[in-house]
Design a binder for this molecule. Structure first.
Ligand SMILES: [Mg+2]
Length: 314
């Protein structure tokens, strides 16, 4: 844990200390939005920092709760924003991990009802997990619409075309106690420009939890499952060798803590240093997992640390 490099809790780190920390880790796990980009704009210096990590032999893995696009589409986005050396195998999204969970862990027999974007459905179908066709006739209501007979799981993700009918159908499927209830992630909201916000998957899951009287199993961060996916696909991805970097205390830092990883908060996204200090100074022991071990202003802070390594090896 963080003991080897300093006191636990919000340690601002740069220069030689940052270099030593990076040298001690083989796997760098990065959240995406708020860390390497904001929507369609790359964080200044992030592409160069990611390239430097890869060039210095680090396994760089992207761990995102964004479930709206399949991994292929992510590869294009990485490329478009200047991250030209990122491969499909490095990307772990909550939609991809949900597909793995349904196929390999619970081995779902029957169809999955998806309350989410097309990208989530695409990822499931790519993994061979059958989904209920979403094609209600215009004007259909919960009183007269067709319900599939073999739905064995309801999966909720971000859904920008949510309708009352979808919510009602999902609630009906969940009346069957053998029908699993999963959520890609529990993110409450996402920041937009101009002070606006986008309700996240967690807000839709909450609606369905109330109507069904059940609790969803969450696949994405802070649940441990995404790390299990990573460690099953990369040999040597042991917790002590991994550093989790993110911008949100309640998902990224808690995920890292839950998995026994060192954690680093970058101040280019949702959570600010004061939020981390509030958790650190809180008397509630449940808040300890939300406190980052390390803090940087931006992932671009890695660049001077690497330059020193490069100078030493010249
Ligand atoms: Mg983020």
């Amino acid at each position: 844990m963080a003991g080897a490099f300093g006191l636990k809790g919000c340690q601002k780190i740069r220069g030689p200390q940052l270099r030593n920390l990076l040298e001690a880790k083989d796997f760098i796990l990065l959240d995406c939005d708020g860390v390497i980009w904001h929507g369609e704009t790359a964080v200044t210096g992030a592409a160069k920092a990611v390239s430097s990590l890869i060039r210095h032999g680090k396994h760089v893995v992207f761990v995102t709760n964004n479930c709206t696009r399949p991994r292929e589409s992510y590869v294009h986005k990485f490329c478009r924003l200047g991250f030209t050396d990122v491969m499909l195998e490095q990307i772990f999204s909550s939609s991809y991990c949900s597909a793995l969970y349904l196929r390999d862990v619970v081995k779902v027999r029957g169809q999955v009802y998806v309350m989410g974007c097309d990208g989530l459905r695409t990822e499931l179908e790519g993994a061979g997990v059958p989904c209920v066709e979403e094609a209600d006739e215009a004007g259909a209501t919960i009183y007269d619409c067709a319900l599939a007979a073999d739905v064995k799981a309801v999966l909720v993700g971000h859904d920008d075309k949510l309708t009352f009918l979808k919510l009602a159908k999902a609630s009906c499927y969940l009346r069957d106690p053998d029908c699993l209830f999963l959520a890609t992630d529990n993110d409450p909201w996402h920041p937009l420009s101009g002070g606006r916000i986008l309700p996240g998957s967690g807000s839709l899951t909450a609606a369905l939890e109330v109507s069904s009287g059940r609790k969803a199993t969450v696949i994405g961060k802070p649940s441990r499952f995404m790390f299990e996916c990573i460690s099953s696909q990369f040999s040597g991805a042991e917790p002590a060798k991994c550093l989790m970097i993110g911008d949100r205390l309640e998902t990224d830092m808690l995920f890292g803590s839950n998995c026994g990883l060192d954690t680093m908060l970058t101040l280019t996204g949702v959570s600010q240093l004061e939020d981390a200090h509030e958790y650190r100074d809180s008397e509630l022991s449940a808040n300890r997992g939300l406190v980052p071990d390390y803090v940087v202003d931006s992932i671009a802070d890695f660049l001077p640390a690497f330059e020193e390594v490069d100078e030493q090896s010249d």
